[in-house]
Design a protein around this ligand. Sequence first.
Ligand code: ATP
Ligand code: MG
Length: 605
Amino acid sequence: MSTPHTNKDNTAAAEVVKPTNFLRNIIESDLDKGTYAQRHWGGNPGDATHHQQGIVDPAKIRTRFPPEPNGYLHVGHAKSICLNFGLARDFDGVCHLRFDDTNPEKEDQEYVDSIIDAVKWLGFDWKDPDGHENLYFASNYFDFMYRAAVYLIEQGVAYVDEQSAEDMKANRGDFGRPGVNSPFRDRSVAENLARFAEMKDGKLPDGAAVLRAKIDMASPNINLRDPAIYRVRHAEHHNTGNTWCIYPMYTFAHPIEDALEHITHSICTLEFEDQRPFYDWLLDHLREGGLIAAPQPRQYEFSRLHLTYVITSKRKLKHLVDSGLLAGWDDPRMPTIVGLRRRGYTPESIRNFCERIGVTKDYAWIDYSTLEGCLREDLENKAHRAMVVLDPLKLELTNWAEVFGSADHVEPCSLPALPHAADGEAVPERHFTIGREVWIEREDFAEVPPKGYKRLFPGNKVRLKGGYVIECTGAEKDAEGNITKVLATVVPDTKSGTPGADSVKVKAAITWVGVQDGIEAEVRLYDRLFTDPQPDAGGKDYLALMNPDSLKTVTAYVEPSLKAARPDDKFQFERFGYFVADRKDHSADKPVFNRATGLKDSWGK
Ligand code: ATP
Ligand code: MG
């Protein structure tokens, strides 16, 4: 749905099509081959027996989005959400929302709630064809994870290592040097089982021992050099309380979570590519042992979103919030979903953005203007137009009483609220009035016009958009020489939309708001948060690169149609861009509007 306006913006010009990608190809091929056709689904997550007793899975594929509830989701997560939920939707599958809460610290209900909200707001759900909700918490799988660890010990492929942390690190080797076997590596199964039970029973302090998979200390892939799979951690967990004092490592927990949920395609970012051999090693063992259902999940990697002028590390974003540099996770400058939402982004614009940037394995930076282009494109035919004056200067029409018979006379005016009508509907209109005094932009008057200036200067005529042609006659100044009021005369019979209105030719039409019906409003002019396109790449200090002018607040006058604005309503303020009524602070008595984006791509210009 391109429009002439957005076509000027080269980033938004591409058609919204669903390009194929390597993941779609893999899924199509799996569906053709029937790889997953015979899978059974036990109705909820579980082991092999549980799923075998279930029905043939009505979901053709299962994907998952597995956030750790330790922060708010950001635009990078949106890419992963749109990908995983989008593939499930397009291939008659289901995408699970799984909280990866196996780490006892840092996790919080506030984050859980915000993540659920964000995924719903983006327009996705996690329901089976029968309506069952696939919302899961990885911490509910701790019992099975323990059982899986015991099984590995019994098979002779896991052992309790009690080397010091330093020795363990030194003995791991590095890229050029193979590792050295731990002196604990050849413990008997019985000894390992006993020692692991002691770990679980709280007999060992934090850091005293870890359970390791026994694979190959000389493997060229360091992730296969006997990776740790369980550690001792005497910490309370938000879900399981003090039941456990040992916790699984992420690399052990994640494949098991996927397997219990019978995920078919486990899609993650490229950093996990080197973990895939361990993912397969672990699930091969558990499947061969009959612990998890077949066919087991497969992991696929794609490159994460790198967006210019944005940071997407939860840790760094948390710092911006905790240090008070920004107003919260939903500060409209934050690249979080709640921040984008408050800034005026729509779910459609974010989904289109994710579609447009595609899915590859390439390392690439996406220009921020691509995201803005998607928002403009979505709002172009949806957001009602309005005139506002952001830097108000009063203008008086000195012949008003003479022309209209009274200084208090007001004339009704109207303009279209949208450039085009929706199918079968009339173009909506907005109404306002003009009287003796109007607010204009300070920059629309020049006492001495610079070359090429077409707006107000003594002797020049312009049109007040949707109102009359006026002719500037001069200005009033204060003692310091500042302009306090512009003076002009109204040209009779030139009201927009009346016969003969165009008989007087002008070179410019300026935006304005009537003094008698304009509404005072707070307008928050947001700009990019960082001055550097890659603020945290290559070890840069992102805090030193923050844009000091990322927020400018002005008291503006807005046209009376905006009296009806409700929080979250979006508008195009003519000539200034797209704005949203702030979802937290806006009220009819105290209107507050946030700038979402300018009208055209001005980045780097
Ligand atoms: P951070 O390092 O900022 O905490 P994370 O990747 O650890 O982020 P998770 O909660 O573990 O955050 O992420 C959930 C999912 O979102 C993961 O599957 C992860 O791959 C994906 N994801 C996170 N950041 C991005 C990104 N920039 N682009 C694409 N996917 C991402
Ligand atoms: Mg993570």
